[in-house]
Design a protein around this ligand. Structure first.
Ligand code: 3NM
Length: 226
């Protein structure tokens, strides 16, 4: 049982959101275990197992891949978050769960997952306020840009949504998501995000380590106090 990320402080959460790799087998060009291990070597700071979409693994296979990915995260002190699937998160004793607006009642999910990390996808101020009031550990805000990865993504909010949330006293850890790559991440950080979450920029690359290195370099250059 890992207690490392239970009752995480906002400060530590913010540090871990710096570069958030979200990924499942369908997003990967090569073996997902290889993609994750390269991405960890490159410097990702948190990982979400999101096994979704056409051809996604289910049942035992989904569990087995989750276990493998989780063990790489554990060895490297990277929080391992499960997307949507609360039963899987509990079975694996994951470090946390990430849910969307349509994935159920946030307070009930908090009761089920106890002190694990709870992240929620939000798209506007009302959703962000609700997430804060219900004690989530971080919010994802998106989509920042057009994305081909999530077919049912909402309308693009752009980095300005993050600025809007910060101006309205949303102080909890925020990660931007949707269509983010090395060329467009700076406005997401300067708008007030603590980091960026990416799927395809890393997982669809044949050189995940090199991509992650560049993303980290660009994030470091983008922080306003740098
Ligand atoms: N959530 P890529 S956008 C999983 O807006 C997800 O909440 C989004 O994939 C949201 O980095 C998105 O390949 C897909 O664009 C992100």
């Amino acid at each position: 049982m890992s207690n490392l990320f239970q009752n995480i402080t906002p400060q530590l959460m913010k540090q871990h959101l710096k570069l958030y790799l979200v990924m499942g087998s369908v997003n990967c060009k090569k073996d997902p275990v290889e993609v994750l291990s390269e991405a960890i070597e490159g410097g990702i700071t948190i990982f979400q197992y999101r096994e979704k979409g056409d051809g996604a693994l289910e049942g035992y296979e989904k569990l087995q891949l989750g276990k493998k990915l989780q063990s790489f995260c554990k060895q490297n002190n990277i929080p391992f978050i499960v997307n949507d699937d609360i039963n899987l998160a509990l079975e694996l004793d994951a470090d946390g769960i990430h849910i969307g607006q349509e994935d159920g009642n946030i307070s009930e999910i908090r009761k089920l997952v106890g002190n694990k990390i709870l992240g929620v996808s939000t798209h506007n101020l009302a959703e962000a306020k609700e997430a804060v009031n219900l004690g989530t550990n971080y919010i994802g805000v998106g989509p920042m840009y057009e994305t081909k990865t999530k077919l049912d993504a909402s309308e693009v909010t752009g980095p300005n949504m993050i600025r809007h949330l910060r101006q309205n006293s949303i102080n909890i850890p925020i990660v931007g998501i949707g269509g983010i790559n090395q060329t467009n991440l700076k406005p997401v950080i300067t708008a007030g995000a603590d980091g960026v979450a990416v799927i395809s920029a890393i997982s669809a690359s044949s050189q995940p380590r090199a991509v992650v290195n560049k993303l980290i370099e660009t994030i470091d250059e983008s922080f306003p106090n740098k």
